[in-house]
Design a protein around this ligand. Structure first.
Ligand code: GUN
Ligand code: FE
Length: 464
């Protein structure tokens, strides 16, 4: 057999779980993941395939084989499809008010503080490290209105090795935003967004895993028609990602209907803000026509199940979006509307919320009217949202363990989980990992074949 020397940067041997499609998880048992110089999965070799033994021999001799222990498993890194980076500073607090009051009482005053670069640096550095430690290898971030601090977030992602998609937030309507925290006017907001796009595109040239600028109108209620129009045009000019909030909460949904006489989805589309690269958070109140429009445009939904339990006023019908309309859907933590930065927590809540939607919750309502049939999601489907669904939503080759996808992975241990048989079916092991593992179970995290978190190294640092 011909030698395979120098073909791969390194080879990893282990058992992995990955979504095959929306409903099925595939087990890749004792497989060899052959990683190319540019950080992609170049080849996956199964134990019964040609070259398996030779590859192990060759890469082990060269010291380029990493072999996982029998209690370790490989999962794709998570994609957080909606997160407010500045709100990390208030995560786990301030969840006692509805959305409108929450924004004005807690969130705008906090975000205004990010005019201070040193403060931004501290919060953003800590957040990116925490996300990596939690297995989040890609994140789609809202920053704040401040161009400089938003760029700092992109730089921190670049330095720490996370794949970051970052938006400088636009909120320019003087009627809707406080004087202490808004863009001066639409013209300034658009000019600063354009400068920010150029800066991040430049940074991306030196960032192997990728950092991407994102056009980010906060949501329709924050923005004038002029800024919405200008941002749609900018997104088209640079062919960049777009993000916003869409039909979240009774209040936000009704506000848009009153202002435009139409739903968020239709209005956003008319401003050029629904595209293949657009991701809209929440979408709890989409009509059937709105869902159809999302499908036609290739626009994705960022489902944020923990946040929705506080601010959403409804459970987003994810099963319907996926199954009836083939809309792309991923999972978002929505820090700090959602309190947890951990996507394992959000996967679990996605399942739980969907089951409550299926059955309904009011005992005084008769059982056949209480819920919405066909709404429940399986664990496999929720796992898909946090991984492959997020990758598809961003139109990036991430979230799956397959050839030509990035080597973005987390290695988790099952030590401490209730596994009492060596012949436990692997798909049961998978379910235990997703339902029961804690962040401490994540031992290594890799992005584009760079190790960005190693629990043993972190522990040693803490001991010193
Ligand atoms: N709508 C507008 N801004 C926000 C925000 O920061 N969080 C959430 N959950 N919804 C919003
Ligand atoms: Fe949000």
């Amino acid at each position: 057999m011909e030698g395979v020397a120098d073909l791969f940067k390194f080879v990893v041997k282990g058992t992995a779980f990955t979504s095959r499609d929306q409903k099925n998880v595939e087990v890749l048992q004792d497989s060899l993941f052959c990683i190319s110089e540019d950080g992609l999965i170049a080849k996956i070799i199964q134990p019964d395939e040609a070259g398996y033994k030779e590859t192990i021999q060759e890469y082990s001799t060269k010291g380029q084989l990493q072999e996982l222990a029998s209690d370790q498993y490989i999962l794709p890194g998570f994609v957080d499809l909606h997160i407010h980076a500045p709100q990390w500073a208030q995560a786990g607090t301030a969840l006692d008010l509805p959305l409108y009051e929450w924004l004005n009482t807690y969130t705008f005053p906090l975000e205004a503080k990010f005019s201070d670069q040193a403060f931004a640096d501290r919060v953003y550095s800590d957040l990116v490290s925490q996300l990596l430690k939690n297995g989040t290898t890609t994140a789609l971030y809202f920053a704040t209105i401040h161009q400089k601090a938003s760029l700092r977030l992109a730089e921190i992602c670049s330095e720490k090795g996370q794949r970051g998609l970052v938006g400088k937030v636009v909120m320019d309507d003087p009627e809707q935003n406080p004087d202490y925290y808004r863009d001066d006017d639409a013209k300034v907001a658009i000019a600063e967004t354009e400068a920010f796009i150029q800066e991040v595109l430049e940074l991306n040239k030196h960032t192997p895993q990728g950092v991407y600028p994102v056009v980010t109108p906060r949501f329709i209620p924050s923005c004038t028609d002029k800024s919405l129009e200008g941002l749609g045009a900018l997104a088209a000019k640079y062919d960049v990602h777009i993000q916003s909030h869409c039909s979240e909460s009774d209040w936000a949904h009704e506000y848009v209907k009153e202002r435009f006489g139409k739903n968020d989805a239709v209005a956003l589309n008319e401003f050029g803000l629904l595209s293949e690269k657009a991701v809209m958070a929440h979408c709890g109140f989409l009509s059937d026509e709105d869902m159809q429009l999302f499908a036609e445009k290739g626009t994705a939904v960022a489902h944020c199940p923990i946040s929705n339990a506080y601010f959403g006023n409804a459970v987003t019908p994810v099963a319907k979006l996926l199954n009836e309309y083939q809309v792309e859907v991923g999972l978002g933590s929505d820090i700090s509307g959602g309190f947890s930065p951990n996507l394992f927590d959000n996967i679990k809540q996605a399942v739980i919320s969907s089951r409550m939607l299926e059955d309904g919750v009011d005992k005084d309502c008769c059982s056949d009217k209480r819920g919405v049939k066909g709404s429940s999601l399986t664990l496999n489907e929720a796992f898909y949202l946090a991984t492959a669904g997020g990758g598809e939503s961003l139109s990036l080759p991430i979230g799956k363990l397959a050839v030509d996808y990035a080597w973005d992975v987390q290695f988790v241990t099952t030590k401490g989980l209730p596994i009492f048989s060596e012949t436990e079916p692997l798909l049961d092991v998978f379910q235990k990992i997703i339902y029961l593992s804690r962040p401490e179970c994540i031992q290594e995290v890799w992005v584009q074949a760079r190790k960005v978190y190693d629990k043993t190294v972190e522990q040693r640092k803490e001991e010193i």
